[in-house]
Design a protein around this ligand. Structure first.
Ligand SMILES: Cc1ncc(C[n+]2csc(CCOP(=O)(O)OP(=O)(O)O)c2C)c(N)n1
Ligand SMILES: [Mg+2]
Length: 355
């Protein structure tokens, strides 16, 4: 039997192969490696702003895993680095966006840093007001249902964002119309410096799902396989026409909100010291090693490969051309540019007017 087909007890317990488990480990590690590089580049004055996914990566990779690339759709949020990498973006795509270079696959340098997305990978570009991605994803799910395409739309946001009207309107609509939709709330306990006890009158965002007629599932966001199992059930439910699911992943935020705040001003030293024990990456690594799926040799070779990939992506992004200011308004609105092929993040105009 080929190594890629091997099914350990651990993989079999969740209906995956060992290659899937290693693939998930690889993408979680890549997200961490890229993210750590972004902080170094920010502190070195090379990139202006970092908003980090560190601590969220296990939940993000595991939950995006059962969705089908180039078929289903994801409307990510600013921490969704591992989600976007799982769905087809690369280290180059993330770093060229951070540098706002002309070749940036998310927006050609037009978007705020951290607003990843591209048409080529069915990843919707994000708007900065939090939770607006909800309406985009629910709309895509409605289109999929009307067109009977069998597609599922997923979006994610933080628990603070779940207090916006868009969250409630989107869930209500998705619940009424039984849309093939999944909302992932990545609850990291903070909205910038505000703790969740001052954001929510309830402990769990998931309880709100009952008000919109759908299951609200709570998972430990540092437990990769628990997240995968919940996401697989939600995708199966959506594809079967049984309607939406809200998944609340209790995650940790390992860094400050962004490169522009100092978290020691609002998190205690004890709280920060306890985070390492809940980090999804070493937890998943230990689990794979205990199960005999990951060896020390494989771990080392993946780490070396990812470092080389991120080094290459850094050099590539550093030396890539800046956008031409004269093109700033191009591909921002749905206009035709005769004779020009849209870039990966640009519009694909359909129909005669395209508007
Ligand atoms: C409508 C709106 N209000 C405020 C902000 C500023 N803002 C950006 S991120 C953020 C915190 C969001 O917290 P949460 O939803 O828990 O996500 P997290 O950053 O913790 O992952 C805020 C208040 C915004 N972008 N949009
Ligand atoms: Mg939060």
């Amino acid at each position: 039997m080929k190594a890629s087909e091997r099914v350990s007890e651990l993989a079999a317990s969740v209906g995956l192969t060992d290659a899937d488990l290693i693939g998930m480990y690889r993408v979680i590690s890549l997200a961490r490696t890229v993210d750590e590089r972004m902080w170094i580049l920010n502190r070195a004055g090379r990139i202006p702003f970092v908003i980090s996914g560190q601590g969220h990566e296990g939940a993000q990779a595991a939950i995006a895993w059962p969705l089908k690339k180039h078929h289903d759709w994801i409307a990510p949020f600013y921490r969704s680095i591992a989600t976007c990498l799982t769905f087809g973006m690369t280290a180059r795509d993330i770093l060229t966006a951070q540098y706002a270079k002309a070749i940036d696959a998310s927006s050609g340098g037009r978007q705020m840093p951290g607003h990843y997305g591209n048409v080529a990978n069915n990843l919707v570009s994000l708007s900065s007001p939090v939770a607006t991605q909800m309406l985009h994803a629910v709309g895509i799910a409605l289109a999929a249902k009307i067109r009977k395409t069998g597609q599922v739309a997923m979006t994610s946001m933080g628990e603070g964002s779940s207090n916006q009207g868009d969250f409630h309107e989107g869930l209500n609509f998705a619940g009424i119309h039984k849309l093939p939709f999944i909302l992932v709330v990545e609850n990291n306990g903070y909205a910038i410096s505000v703790p969740s006890s001052m954001e929510l009158a309830v402990e769990d965002v998931a309880v709100r799902a009952a008000g919109y007629g759908m299951p609200g599932v709570i998972v430990d966001g540092s437990n990769v396989l628990e997240c995968y199992v919940a996401a697989k059930a939600a995708v199966d439910r959506a594809r079967a026409g049984d309607g939406p699911t809200l998944i609340e992943a209790k995650v940790i935020r390992l860094t400050a909100h962004s490169s522009d705040d100092q978290q020691t001003k609002y998190r205690s030293a004890e709280e920060l010291a306890d985070l390492a024990a809940k980090d999804p990456l070493p937890r998943f690594r230990a689990q794979l090693k205990d199960a005999g799926v990951l060896t020390d040799e494989l771990e080392a070779s993946i780490a070396a490969e990812l470092k080389a990939e991120v080094d290459e992506a850094t050099d590539y992004s550093e030396s890539a051309a800046e956008p031409d200011p004269a093109t700033a308004m191009k591909w921002v609105f749905a206009e035709d540019w005769p004779g020009e092929t849209p870039p990966p993040w640009g519009f694909t105009l359909r129909g005669s007017s395209g508007h």
